[in-house]
Each structure stands twice: as C-alpha cells, then as structure tokens.
Design a binder for this molecule. Structure first.
Ligand code: NOJ
Length: 489
C-alpha cells in the first residue's frame, strides 16, 4: 500500500440510493439495502462509497433538491438506517462520502419557504430575489433561470429546475448554516463529501450577464461559470473538512480550468468527465489523458469517471459492447488519480429503453438509474418485484449472483483490476507516461507497469512482457481485438 492520504489512489464506488436495493417493498432502494450488500463491495475491493443525496426531498431532481440537509429521507430509512450503514461500513474498513448540494435547496426547504413569505425576515436574503429577471442566465433544465414567485411577488434565481432556488452564498447566514451542515455529518462520522456543481457558488452580487451564451445549449452557463469568490468559499469549506475528503463536481467545459479548484486549501479532487464525452478511439482517450496530465502536473490528479447517474452507462455509449466496457474499465482503474465506479458498471449493465411514461427525470437521465439486479430470479433480490424504474436489459444474466460465479466475467475483471491497483503502489500513486503505440492502441506506463488498450477490432502487435491481467487472452502473441492488458515491465 502507498503512503499518503487514503483517497489518493483509492477507488470510490458511487451509489444512487434509489437504485441500489430495496428492503422494504417500497420499490425504491434504501439504506438498509446498501448495508445488506456492503460485503459485496468489500469483495469487489473498493475503498469508499459515495451516496447520491439521501436527504428529505420532493425528488424533482432525483434528490438534488434537498429539503433538509440535516436529516435522511424516511424513504431511505431515516437517520437510524444511515447510522447503521455508517457503522457497518466502518467495521468493514469502507469509507462513506455524502453528496453535498451547496448551490441550491429545494423550494420546499424551510429556508426558502421563510424567504418567500417574509422578505424582511431571517431568510429574506438567503436566495437571489429581483423585481425583474436580473440577467440573461438560462436554467440548465431549459428556459430562463428566473421564475416569478407569486407569494413574494419577485423573481428568484434557479440555475437548475424552478424547484431548486439558488442559495446566496454572499449572505453570512447561508455560509454559516451550510458549513454547520458539513460539521453535523462529520460529527456523525462521515469521511467526506462530493460537492455538487461547486463552481457555481461564488457570485458577483451584481449578477452580470454572461456574454455570448449559446441559446442551443442550456448547460452553457454552468459549463462556463467562473467567479473568483468560489475559491475563497472553497477555502472556508476545506477548513471545516479538517482532513476529511472533498471531491468536487466542477463541470467546466474547459477542463484545463478545473485544476485551479484543486490544491491543499480547496478540493482534494475534482471530477474529470472528459472520458465520458470521448468517442471510442484510442487517440481521443489519449488526448484527454494527456490534457489532464498537463493540466494537473505531477502534484495533482483528477477523479476519473466513466459512468454516473447523469449520463448513459459507458457500455451503452460504446455500442453496448462488453469488450469495450472491459477495455474502458482497464483504463479507468489504471489511471493516475482517484477512479469512481458507478454502481452496476461492474456488471456490464446497459441502460433500458424507456417509454416516455416510464421516464421521471426532467432531463431524461433515467436509463443509468435503472435498479441494480442482485440475483437471477425475476425480483432480482429486491423486496418489491416491480421497482420504480424498469430493470436494465438482460438482468437475469447481468446480476451479481450469476456474475460472481463467472471468474472470466466482467465483475471479476473489475475485482481483479481493483486488487491489482491495491497491490501495486505504482498504479495507485505512480507517475503516468504516455507511450508511442500503433494506431488504435492507447499505451502508458505507470512506474514499473505498462498498460496497453487496443481500441480496434483487429489484433495488434505490441511489445509484450509478463501479463499481469488481460481483458481477453492474447492471440499468437498479439494483443487481442478490442482488449487491454497490464504488463509487468
Ligand atoms: C449535478 C448532479 O449530478 C445532477 O444530477 C443534478 O441535476 C445537478 N448537479 C443539480 O444539482
């Protein structure tokens, strides 16, 4: 094992609680469901779990509309279920990260209810209010970011849905209350947080227009928004963390700007989404890895991610092919930085085709939120046979029970990759050097190891060494079509 903080080369497993496992028969996943499967995560070998929001929420944005930062939704089992989960995770050596949503609350949060009813009251200036829409900002969910509130008779700002009013971090009370929220969960024992769209919290109080907004891209503002005040706020947030881990979502389109949010006084890590957007091409993946290496330099590194609750699963994005999903996993888990695995990608899941009636997310991001199948029988281990979202395709085969019995399957590949990362400090923490390689092949060194990934559908001749792990057996001494290998030397 390498020295240094636990998170540096760690593997974090993202759980979307609604989709993990239901133990009550509600059809919605819950925290006792997570606790029940912690031993599986220990078997898989991950270091930590990150729970997407678990707080009381109307669920307009899948829990990212938080109505009480200091509680756990009864849907998930409330605070007692959370305490059980935390204790059981710690007993097993697993760290637990919570999602922290600082940019906005639910419109049902008592702070907003108070703000809209009483402009002169204690929460009157906790949100952004104006008599007219104060600028040209769009909502990332479409339409303007300003909505008229009939109660207060003013417009409020919301960069996401109108049920998610933006907090005004320039108000001292907001800063104090949000930081107290972090302290509350740290006191309860959590190991850190994933901070949602944290680049957005610093604001020039004049809320100036953003020039040249692309009207065809509602996400343009979120992807370009920068304000120096965010850095000061991050320093205040980090000071509260007192050594606990803070990974941030900084979804800037220009990834080269993201490392300015990551240092010893701000975020420990920020997500790099560039591989999520990359086509299936060795050159495209290479250029994104090279860009991250250049942007961070040796002192920093990203939190790499292939799949999440916001995007189609990576296997779906790459033609539904398991061989590609395997190659992608091999790259993800051998990169420098902190890889995040999204629950179910280790089963090679793809997204279900959904009818409009089955969709619940306003942006249609439902596919990757399909429930995780644990067993082969029709209910797949869930207490309710018919969960809130349809099963992913081929759930009778792509489930934990079946795949744990297949040592050549994708689940075991994830397990072997994570174990290899644990065994080799070079993989967790060593330098990364991109290597020259034949067309269609991505190759890099991690200290004493070499990773080769063949993105083509033909075998390729590459320098060989002792194969520590391969996604497909070599053919005639060649790297197999659409295969990856980790070599010693
Ligand atoms: C990013 C989250 O991942 C996404 O699901 C959510 O809609 C937005 N932030 C707003 O909270």
């Amino acid at each position: 094992m390498s020295s240094g903080p636990w998170w540096r080369g760690a593997v974090v497993y993202q759980i979307y609680p609604r989709s993990f496992l239901d133990t009550t028969g509600s059809g919605v996943g819950d925290l006792d469901g997570v606790t029940a499967r912690l031993d599986h995560l220990v078997w898989l070998g991950v270091d930590a779990i990150w729970l997407s929001p678990i707080h009381p929420s109307p669920g307009v944005d899948g829990g990212y509309d938080v109505a009480d930062h200091l509680d756990v939704d009864p849907l998930f089992g409330g605070l007692p279920a959370f305490d059980r989960l935390l204790a059981a995770a710690h007993e097993r050596g697993l760290r637990v990260l919570l999602d922290w949503v600082p940019n906005h609350t639910s419109s049902e949060h008592p702070w907003f209810v108070s703000s809209r009813h009483d402009a002169a009251g204690p929460h009157g200036d906790w949100y952004w209010w104006a008599d007219e829409p104060a600028n040209n900002w769009p909502s990332a969910f479409g339409g303007p970011a300003w909505t008229l509130d009939p109660v207060r008779g003013q417009y409020y700002l919301h960069l996401f849905t109108s049920a998610q009013p933006d907090l005004n971090w320039n108000t001292p009370g907001v800063r104090a209350a949000m930081l107290d929220g972090l302290r509350y969960w740290l006191d309860r024992g959590v190991d850190g947080f994933r901070a949602d769209v944290v680049n957005l919290i610093g604001r020039d109080p004049r809320l100036p227009d953003l020039a040249d907004l692309d009207p065809a891209n509602p996400n343009d503002l979120v992807g370009r928004y920068r304000d120096p005040r965010t850095h000061d706020l991050l320093r205040a947030i980090r000071a509260v963390l007192d050594g606990h881990f803070l990974v941030g979502e900084v979804p800037l389109a220009d990834m080269s700007a993201v490392p300015s949010y990551v240092d010893s006084t701000q975020l420990h890590r920020a997500f790099d989404f560039s591989l999520m957007e990359a086509p299936w091409s060795a050159q495209a993946w290479r250029s994104r890895i090279a860009a991250a290496e250049a942007a961070y330099g040796p002192a920093g590194a990203p939190a790499w991610v292939l799949s999440s609750h916001d995007q189609p699963r990576h296997r779906s994005r790459h033609g539904g092919r398991e061989d590609r999903a395997r190659v992608a996993a091999c790259v993800l888990l051998t990169l420098r930085g902190t890889p995040f695995v999204y629950a179910g990608e280790e089963l090679g899941l793809t997204d279900p085709e959904l009818t409009p009636e089955q969709r619940v997310d306003p942006l249609g991001r439902d596919g990757s939120r399909a429930p995780v199948p644990w067993t082969a029988e029709p209910g797949h281990g869930w207490a309710a046979p018919d969960p809130w979202m349809p099963w992913p395709p081929h759930a009778a085969r792509r489930n934990v029970e079946v795949l744990r019995a297949e040592p050549d399957g994708i689940l075991w590949l994830y397990r072997r990759l994570i174990a290899l990362r644990r065994e080799h400090p070079d993989l967790r923490d060593g330098e990364l050097t991109l290597l020259d390689a034949p067309p269609g092949v991505l190759a890099y060194r991690r200290g004493g190891l070499t990773v080769q990934a063949n993105f083509t559908d033909s075998p390729v001749r590459v320098p060989r060494g002792e194969v520590l792990l391969a996604t497909e057996p070599a053919r005639d001494g060649m790297l197999a079509p659409c295969a990856a290998a980790v070599l010693a030397g």
